[in-house]
Design a protein around this ligand. Sequence first.
Ligand SMILES: [Zn+2]
Length: 306
Amino acid sequence: MKRFTVLGALLVIGGLSAAMMAQQQPPRPPLPDLTKVKDNLYVITSSTLGPEFTGGNTGVLVTESGVVVVDTKLSGYGPTIIERIKKVTDKPVTMIINTHTHGDHTGSNEGFPATVDIIAQENTKANMVKMDAFKGDKAQFLPKRTFKDKMSVGSGKNRVDLYYFGAGHTNGDAWVVYPSLRVLQTGDMFAWRDAPTIDRNNGGSAVEYPKTLSMAIAGIKDIDTVIPGHSPVTTPKDLQEYQRFVTDWVAAVQSAAAAGKSVDEAAAAYTKHPDKYQGYAAPQAARVKANVQVYYDELKKGGATN
Ligand SMILES: [Zn+2]
């Protein structure tokens, strides 16, 4: 009898602790230190997708009036990002720029003081408003200022130019330029050397993606360094190659559609990237199919077909 009671108590305790553990956030993988990109600009790099995933690359610009943080990774990293920044400057973080709505780029906005200025493209703010992560009290960590096509903040080596060139990954992807440093931070419009992720629920567009990349390349001049959304710092040459890659990718889907193939058939037929794109990750069937689906959905809605 007594034994049963003890067993029952253990079961209750076991059940409780399992429930409590389920409520706690799983521990996040650690962040690296800041890596200097140039002069007063640093990056906190991101890990690749998988259990070590921390979110997107975070740009850190140290200006005389404070620190500008571009993208805040997954939720829970605010204190760590601040601690890492303290290793290179005493200046407080005064501004956050979110390149787009996704939680791996906006998740730790809430980890900074509510007084921090937050800027994003206007469609991104509209997308963020819809996220559970920014409901109720958390609404204070939504962008306070937005822009439509272009906005500049700061001057000289503290200057940041923000551009919007159209839909692609979402419908609010900001291109962040540090003009005096000749550095461009692309967000997920150029996340990695792999097929893009196109988030149609947030206005992303397969049809527009190659054009938007072309517009950005034509419109952003005097750059020699590129910080992608999720992969190591690189050069404009890789961004230009990515534009050609996405153009070819969309053309392949377009001709499959023109040949009357179904989404499944078109996706199944795309088993490898063209040989000229060296160093690109092998196509993942799930992402290929999702992207083909996006393209077909756009066609059905009477989107541009040229
Ligand atoms: Zn994203």
